[in-house]
Design a binder for this molecule. Structure first.
Ligand SMILES: O=C(O)CCC(=O)C(=O)O
Ligand SMILES: [Fe+2]
Length: 350
């Protein structure tokens, strides 16, 4: 059985795309961090992504409609306690408030998964990202011990509790989404089989994101997280109360996903696009930066087991359709994405 960590280890990540800019030392963005204004342009479109109440008796149908038209929705009444979310937010603040030298002690290695640094998609953009992150894949105890030698348990406990809660919510949502596609339980037997607490079957990651404030440079702008789709099956994102997340909608352009108190932003990733035979699309999104306030977000990515064979479902609502993608394991798709980034899905079309 392959683990997500092993797969990351087998793809050497370029070392010059791991260390974030030294936000304490830099007053204006260096040239390599400046994106053309046209790349950062937003549509100003006012319509907003659907908001779904998970307690609504028609939630399943609303989710299907939201995913078919938007690929993303905001979720309320999800059952995750606000105190747990607050604890994660407090730990994130505590982590990113540390001096740069301290954070660099837990820098992600070129073949590693857990640790501090730029996000793994940074290597795909010619300009740099105005971002610092911390990825948790499995237990972060070795890293936390280096950051807080006498007080590392709190961080680990909070991250573990949050990942457990997210796993439950992700699996509940996935079940509902498959149901909405007319896919029976029998075909999703693997759901719930992974165990993130053990080290040998990790199929989830938690990405903590921090976007320090940055006034616009004269002839461009900085970008927090460049345009991408998530590789995951499903992503559950929590953003604080500062604007930043935007999605790309065909024919409209970039649309803000406004922070909504108590809500999670839920989107599907490439793996769901493959399984649903492109009935649901993995939404293209990015994070822009605020001029005066530091923004935080945290994303939980859920995947099927790495050796699971992804084959488009051509039954249920998709019955009679020919598969649009060739079958492959999750781990093979992760390799395809690593090498092809935004053309990964089209590269596996039949
Ligand atoms: O910060 C955000 O709102 C987006 C984060 C995101 O897209 C990611 O971590 O993949
Ligand atoms: Fe993302």
């Amino acid at each position: 059985m392959s683990t997500m960590n092993e797969i990351y280890e087998s793809h050497l990540y370029p070392s010059d795309r791991i260390v974030p800019v030294d936000f304490e030392a830099v007053r204006t963005a260096p040239e390599s961090y400046v994106w053309p204004k046209s790349d950062v342009f937003s549509s100003g479109e006012q319509s907003s992504v659907p908001v779904i109440d998970l307690m609504d008796p028609n939630a399943t149908e609303h989710i299907r409609q939201a995913l078919e038209t938007w690929g993303v929705f905001q979720l309320l009444n999800h059952g995750i306690s606000s105190s747990l979310i607050e604890e994660v937010e407090n730990e994130i603040r505590r982590l990113f408030a540390l001096p740069a030298q301290q954070k660099l002690k837990v820098l992600r290695s070129t073949h590693g998964s857990t640790g501090y640094g730029l996000p793994r998609i940074a290597k795909n953009f010619s300009q740099h990202l105005w971002h610092e992150g911390f990825t948790v894949m499995g237990s972060p105890v070795d890293h936390a011990r280096k950051l807080w030698p006498h007080d590392y348990e709190r961080f680990c406990d909070v991250m573990e509790n949050y990942q457990k809660a997210m796993k439950g919510l992700a699996e509940r949502l996935i079940r509902l989404i498959f149901l909405s596609l007319g896919i029976c339980d029998e075909e999703i037997r693997w759901l719930g089989s992974s165990d993130d607490s053990g080290s040998n079957n990790i199929t989830a990651a938690l990405q903590l994101n921090s976007y320090p404030p940055c006034p616009d440079p004269d002839d461009g702008q900085v970008m927090g997280l460049g345009p991408h789709t998530d590789t995951s099956l499903i992503t559950i994102l929590r953003q604080g109360d500062i604007n930043g997340l935007e999605i790309f909608k065909d024919g409209v352009g970039w649309i803000l996903v406004p922070p909504l108190a108590g809500a999670f932003v839920v989107n599907l990733g490439d793996l769901f696009q493959i399984l649903s035979n492109a009935r649901f699309r993995s939404v293209i999104h990015r994070a822009v930066v605020n001029g005066t306030r530091q923004r935080y977000s945290f994303a939980y990515f859920y995947d099927p087991p790495m050796d699971f064979v992804l084959s488009p479902f051509c039954n249920g609502l998709n019955s009679g359709q020919a598969p649009r993608y060739r079958s492959m394991t999750v781990k093979d798709y992760i390799s395809v994405k690593f090498n092809n980034f935004m053309t990964a899905l089209s590269s596996i079309e039949i």
